[in-house]
Design a protein around this ligand. Structure first.
Ligand SMILES: Cc1ncc(COP(=O)(O)O)c(C=O)c1O
Length: 458
């Protein structure tokens, strides 16, 4: 048992584990499908193997060939792993925000990694996927995996994930919950489960707040690998062909805060270290399960492990800085934000003249990707502009030509002492974040004065 001739054959047949603690008060059974148990560490091993095998069968990928993909994450790792075991060369194009660990994973399997700027509209020639397509075209024997539109991605889940769940639950599964990235997992697994159960299984998507899949405006969010981000300059919101909406009965929107709270609870209360997309899926599954009777069986898919996110969702400092924690101390940063303190920001496509108007007397302001001033996500801050720099600049030029480094960010619920420590010697304006969203701006002086006032008992 469990002895395989190749690493690719060891993909799949992952464990299904019941959730016992976070399900308090829930009558239905909730089981988690642990996809981080795949050899490459994620659900994407299934799609990677399936896409490579389909390309081998069609002749698109031949011995001596090169596997090419544009991806920030797990698909690249799955492809690099399977390609390494079959002697293919791999080239992966990744956005610049990709963690050093993920790049190291790819290089460990011998993949060549090309790093490019991430936040670009989809029609930009140097958008990650457009670069990958060019490399595949220009490389002799090059083959673009194209996970977003490749039917072998859906096929992997129709042929393996779906049947495994049906077997593992003895046909008792009533609800399947998963996040939607390319849509391969939910579409393939969901399609199989619906077919095998004569439409009895309900398929539910978990979608980050802001994602356009469930009606958001496409702003950024902190949960990686699921949902659909839309750059404001993208001409159209094109969804992956692998996302088959007809399979999904409903979608539940999950906030970053809910997903982060859930991953932390799973690690501490269930002993399950899962990534952010798994946290979002479990949050949705629990919300759903609360409404279901005792004879319901909910299965939620966990795409990857929390190991790749130890410096984010599991790092207390990261969580506090973005305001994802809960208030603990008596006086927190948020108490210093008066009603009049607008989170004033400059849109990244503003001219210098427009920006100077927004700035008024202020010494500096953050520059953000969007024009709408409410719900500005900290992740969409691209830098800052100072009044002094702009006064000296050509008034018709665009502000992004005059960017300074981003302003310091402190969490809304941090104590004043912690916030002062965080900004260190920075004397500029400080951005305050609550649940990852800009809730206001403070001058560094306001923060340090009040903090020393607190200490001296004023
Ligand atoms: C961590 C993680 N979660 C969720 C997904 C989404 O899965 P799918 O692309 O099959 O929708 C991915 C896909 O890359 C992923 O890497």
């Amino acid at each position: 048992m469990n002895v395989y001739e190749t690493v690719a054959a060891a993909i799949g047949n992952t464990a299904l584990v019941r959730l016992n603690a976070v399900t308090e008060g829930i009558e239905a059974a909730v089981y988690a499908k642990l996809e981080f148990l795949n050899p490459g560490g994620s659900v994407k091993d299934r799609a990677a193997r399936s896409m490579i095998e389909a390309a081998e069968s069609s002749g698109e990928l031949a011995p001596g060939g090169t596997v090419v993909e544009g991806t920030s994450g797990n698909t690249g790792i799955g492809l690099a792993m399977v390609a390494a075991s079959r002697g293919y060369r791999t080239i992966v194009v990744v956005p610049d925000k990709t963690s050093a660990e993920k790049v190291a994973f790819l290089r460990a399997h011998g993949a060549e990694v090309r790093v490019t700027e991430g936040a670009r509209p989809t029609d930009h020639p140097d958008h990650v996927r457009n670069i990958a397509r060019r490399i595949a075209d220009e490389t002799p024997g090059g083959w673009l995996a194209g996970q977003y539109d490749n039917p072998a991605n859906i096929g992997a889940h129709y042929a393996s994930t779906g049947p495994e769940l049906w077997q593992q639950t003895g046909g008792r599964i009533t609800h399947f919950v998963a996040g939607i990235g390319t849509g391969g997992t939910i579409s393939g697994t969901g399609r199989y489960l619906k077919e095998v159960s004569d439409g009895f299984v309900t398929v539910v998507g978990a979608d980050p707040l802001n994602s356009t899949y469930n009606g958001g405006d496409g702003r950024a969010y902190y949960i990686e690998s699921i949902g659909h981000f839309l750059h404001p300059d993208s001409p159209e919101d094109i969804w992956p062909e692998c996302y088959d909406r007809s399979v999904v009965d409903s979608i539940l929107t999950v906030t970053d805060r809910e997903a982060i709270t859930t991953v932390r609870a799973l690690a501490r209360r269930e002993g399950l270290l899962v990534g952010g997309s798994g946290g979002a899926a479990v949050a949705a599954a629990l919300r759903l399960a609360r409404t279901l009777p005792a004879d319901a069986t909910v299965v939620v898919l966990i795409p990857d492990s929390g190991r790749a996110y130890l410096s984010k969702y599991f790092d207390d400092d990261w969580v506090a800085r973005l305001g994802f924690d809960d208030r603990t101390g008596d006086v927190a940063v948020t108490d210093l934000l008066g009603d009049t303190l607008d989170p004033l920001t400059v849109p990244s496509d503003a001219t210098v003249a427009e920006a100077l108007e927004v700035l008024g007397d202020r010494p500096e302001l953050p520059v953000v990707l969007r024009r709408t001033p409410s719900s500005l996500v900290v992740a969409e801050i691209v830098g800052s502009v100072t009044r002094n720099d702009l006064i000296a600049a050509n008034p018709t030029s665009v502000v992004t030509e005059h960017l300074s480094v981003p302003l310091s960010v402190v969490g809304a619920f941090e104590s004043l002492g912690a916030a002062v420590k965080r900004i260190g010697a920075d004397t500029r304006t400080v951005v305050v974040a609550e649940s990852g969203i800009v809730s206001g701006l403070l001058s560094a002086g306001q923060l340090t004065d009040r903090s020393s006032g607190e200490r001296s008992g004023r």
